[in-house]
Structure formats: C-alpha cells, structure tokens
Write a protein that binds this ligand. Structure first.
Ligand code: G4P
Length: 528
C-alpha cells in the first residue's frame, strides 16, 4: 500500500518560463538526462525540429501529437518525483501556455545572458504573479559573450520586480568562461568544454582559497572573481527560503544548457527547495494536498491528432488524494460520476496507462468533449477548484465565411474549438460578426484548418479593430445597464455568455476605465 502523503511530499511540479530561443528545450533535455529519461530527451529534440515549421498543417499535427507526450514529463531525481509541465512556446504558443502556469507549484525562468529579460518572459511572469508562484532563475548561454551578470540581475529586479539571490556566480563568460562559484556550498565548479556534456561531474575546488584554484582559472580571472564577489555579496540578497516561497525573491543560477554546465547545481537546489504540492482554493474551502480523497482540476484539453478519432485528452492536475486506474470520480460541473478509464501518465520514458497517481501529478483522461477546462473531479464532494482562468486574448480576427449559408456550422465550430481553450470566441452585441481571440498568431491558421477539416466550413480570418478584451463586472445592476447601453458598440458576449469589453485601443480602454470607476475590467475570467 503506497502512502499518498509521502508520495505527495516527493512531488515537485513546475514549468519553464522563457522567451523563444532562450534555451528551454535544451535545458529540458538536460534535466531529463539527469532523470535518466534519455529516450524522452530525443523526442523533445524532434519536437523542436518541427517547431520552426510555419502553418504547414502536417508539421503542426506532428507537433501537436508529440506535444501530448511531452506536455508533461515526469522523472525521478534524488528521491523526488519531478513533474515538468511544458509551456508551448514557439508556433504553438497559446492561452494553454498561460494556463499551464496555474497547474504548477513553482516555475523556472530561463534568460539568455546576451538578451536579458525579454517580452514573453515578462508576460509569463505576470501570470505567475497571479498566484505568487515561486520562481528560480537560470541565466543561460554563458559560453557566449553576454551582458555583465550584475547588469542582468539589475534588470530582473527592475523589470520583473523580484529580488535576486545569486546562488551560483559566473567566472568569466564566452571564450573566457572558467566556471561558476556556488555561493552557498562555497565551491568552484570548473567549466571544461566538451566534458560537461554527460553526467560527468566537473572538477570542483572547495572554497576560494583552495590550493591550485588561482592557477587553474588564471590569475586575472581569479582576481576578477574575488573583486566581483566582494561587490555581489555586499549588494545582493542572500538566499532566503521563505522569501523565495513567498515569490519575493528568486534564486539565480548561471550556466550553459547546451554544454550541460551549471544545470545539475540548479536541479540539486531545485529538488531541495522548490515547494511540494500546495493547498488549492475552491468554491467552498481550501483543499489540502494531504487529504485522502481525490481532488483535481482540468487545465488543458488537447484534441486527438487523428481526425478519425474525435476524442480529446483532458489534462488533470491532481491536488489531493490518490488516483487509481479505472476509478470512478465525481465530475462536479455535471454532477455525474465518470469512470476515468485508460488515463495516461507521463513517466518520461513513455506514455503509460497509470495505475496510481498522487497530488502534484498530472494525468490525461480521454473523453469525447464532456470534460472542459476548469472542470473539477472529486470523490463526491460538490466543490470546484478556482483560479484556472481564461486570459484576455491579445490578438483578434473577424471570421469571414466563404459560403454564407454555413453561418450556423461556423458558429458551432468556433464555439467547440474554443472549448479546447487555445482560442476564445466573441459575439458583439451590435453586429453579427464572430470574433476570434488568441494569444498566439498561429491559432488562427489552426482554427481555419480545423473548421474546414472537421466542420466542412471554409472560413478565413481578417483584421478587426480590437486590441484587447476585458471582462466587465459591476455590483450595481443599474450602473451596469447604463454602461451596457452607452458602450454597446464595444461590447460582446464570450462563449459562456459573459459580458466583455473589446477595446479598440489601449487609450480607449484607459479612458473608459476612468469614466466608469464602478465598473471592474478584469483581464482574466475564472471558469467558476
Ligand atoms: P527554446 O526552447 O527556449 O526556444 O530554445 P532552444 O533550447 O531551442 O535553444 C535555442 C538555441 O539556443 C538553439 O540553437 C540551442 O542550441 C541554443 N542554445 C541553448 N543553450 C545554449 C547555450 O548554453 N549556449 C549556446 N551557445 N547556445 C545555446 P539553434 O541554432 O536554434 O539550434 P541548434 O541547431 O543549435 O540545435
């Protein structure tokens, strides 16, 4: 009999946030290598090969297919079970990317040392803020010339508003890279190009005064290191576990993913300090991960890559209890029991049928559209997990139908595809337009293709004068009615019938917000 509490405590469930090309895929591969999941590392690579394909559907399908298996990568390390949830980043960037962050207990931020904090990272960080998710930072590509480490930390602090606690510190950079110094272990790990590709540990010097260190890295690099450390130790924050867990401080590591340098130091620290599964809010009470009964929520839906099989996989994050293969669970939205047969687990060596899963784990449940994003499963208690929102889309297009007689099918197709969560669909109050919103541009091509393929509807998407959306709330029903009348031109209903303000410009949104102080404009909509 496995004890669900000790199993839960071993879990570390996280995601990587980064701007494209910072090195997420490469780092993922190295982490999997340490977990002994070499096979999986290969498939991350093949996925990467597909990712540069543009809107070629076959390539997309391939990518989607592979991404079912790499959506969650589970591997054992140092007596922990690590669950790494993929955040789709290149062509497949979508709202899913944001929502994955609601299903993790911590995140790892990867930054390119030459580029610093980039736009996508800023956005993903904003999403992490919604739940105060603890974040570790890996500054990558140290084997290339980049910006000064102190500069980079300054930028993280000022742009992302989080204090930095360097844990490792680089000794040189680019062709002068000599290694890193671990501030907490007081160890120097030497960079030996070509030698760090495997699990092989690098040469370690214990302490800055260790005999031979200055000779090994060279007198100049040694002097620079000492000077820099004096400065850094004086000016930066020492690592503080409580501040990290409260998302006020990020421990920072330097390294080179492609050389597998500095990665193991990060992973060792991660499994020691990253939080275990955390309590979760629901509509009625907080669910603790120690609880014996199963509780979980769905944060992502993926359509089967084979159009002959219309089934979908719903990804459920387990928050409490034990999942056992074939068990019946209570689907709280419909109020029905559902048999969770053939659930998938994601042990990194391959997709497998799960026998058991615990809080922190993710399982994939096959269904035919009965399960939606945000749905809760329990063992009977009628509660619903909160905080799995829709995010305001950042790109908008108007659907343009080739055959006007197919309007009904178009609407149905858009509504159903939006249920998978990568796009959202809006019906303006004052026109018959159908507007699609997304956060990744390729989603429009995907939807157009699938409308044709699965619904027999030829449709294109054209520019529309909307830059952002806000869900509108107002406690005063009369005020809301007045707002609705005055702003009908810019209002729409989303797929769930909720009122949304579609702003034609940022300035317009700001002015409208100022003009209507009693109306709340929300950038996310909770499913509950
Ligand atoms: P992503 O998933 O965040 O988009 O990044 P990915 O890992 O695909 O890395 C983007 C590029 O950066 C890749 O090069 C990769 O090899 C390179 N890279 C990753 N880590 C390091 C590092 O530590 N040092 C250096 N110098 N490069 C690194 P590419 O040219 O796009 O692909 P490839 O053909 O080299 O594989």
């Amino acid at each position: 009999m496995t004890d669900h509490v000790s199993e839960m405590r071993r879990r570390r469930t996280f995601a990587i946030i980064s701007h494209p090309d910072a090195g997420k895929t490469t780092l993922t591969e190295k982490l999997l290598l340490f977990g002994g999941a070499i096979q999986m590392a290969g498939s991350v690579k093949s996925r990467k090969a597909a990712r540069h394909a543009t809107s070629d559907w076959m390539a997309l399908e391939k990518e989607r297919g592979i991404s079912v298996t790499s959506s969650v990568m589970q591997f054992p390390y140092a007596d922990r079970i690590v669950n790494l949830l993929d955040t789709p980043g290149h062509a497949d960037f979508s709202e899913d990317t944001y929502r994955v962050l609601t299903a993790v207990d911590s995140a790892l931020m990867v930054i390119d040392c030459a580029k610093g904090v980039e736009e996508r990272t800023i956005k993903l960080m904003e999403v992490c803020r919604l739940r105060d998710t603890p974040i570790m930072t890996f500054i990558n590509k140290l084997d290339r010339e980049g910006r000064s480490p102190i500069d980079l930390l300054d930028e993280v602090e000022s742009v992302l508003g989080i204090r930095c606690a360097p844990v490792t510190w680089p000794i040189g950079m680019g062709s002068r890279l000599k290694g890193v110094y671990h501030l907490l272990l007081d160890e120097v790990h030497i960079f030996e190009p070509g030698r760090n590709f495997t699990r092989q540990d690098s040469t370690i010097f214990q302490g800055l005064d260790a005999p031979g260190l200055a000779e090994r890295i060279g007198a100049e690099a040694y002097r620079e290191l000492r000077d820099e450390l004096d400065l850094v130790l004086g000016a930066s924050h020492p690592f503080d576990a409580a501040a990290y867990l409260a998302a006020q401080q990020t421990p920072v590591f330097f390294g080179s993913a492609v050389n597998n340098f500095g990665v193991q130091l990060l992973l060792d620290f991660f499994v020691e300090h990253a939080p275990q599964p955390q309590p979760r809010a629901t509509t009625t009470r907080e669910v603790l991960p120690e609880e014996a009964r199963l509780g979980g929520f769905v944060f992502k839906i993926q359509a089967n890559m084979d159009p002959q099989h219309r089934d979908r996989v719903a990804f459920m994050r387990i928050c409490s209890g034990t999942f056992t293969g074939g068990m019946k669970a209570f689907h709280t939205r419909s109020g029905k029991e559902m048999k969770l047969a053939n659930a998938l687990t994601f042990m990194a060596s391959d997709r497998e049928i799960v026998e058991q899963a615990f809080a922190g784990d993710v399982i994939g449940i096959h269904n035919h559209g009965t399960i939606s994003i945000g749905d809760t499963f329990t063992e009977g208690e009628p509660l619903a997990f909160t905080g799995i929102p829709n995010f305001a889309p950042e790109l908008f297009r108007r659907a343009r139908l080739k055959d006007p007689l197919k309007a009904k099918q178009l609407q149905k197709g858009l509504a159903q595809l939006s249920e998978e969560g990568a796009t959202q669909f809006f019906r303006p109050l004052m026109s018959n337009d159908l507007i699609l919103g997304a956060v990744g541009v390729l989603q429009f091509d995907v939807v157009a293709y699938r409308l044709r393929d699965e619904y027999g509807v030829e449709a294109g998407f054209e520019a529309v004068g909307v830059v952002t959306a806000r869900w509108v709330h107002c406690a005063d029903a009369k005020k809301l009615e007045e707002f609705r009348e005055r702003n009908a031109m810019n209002l729409a209903l989303d797929a769930a019938g909720e009122l949304v303000y579609l702003a034609p410009s940022r300035v317009n949104l700001q002015l409208t917000q100022e003009r209507w102080p009693d109306v709340r404009f929300a950038a996310t909509r909770d499913h509950i």
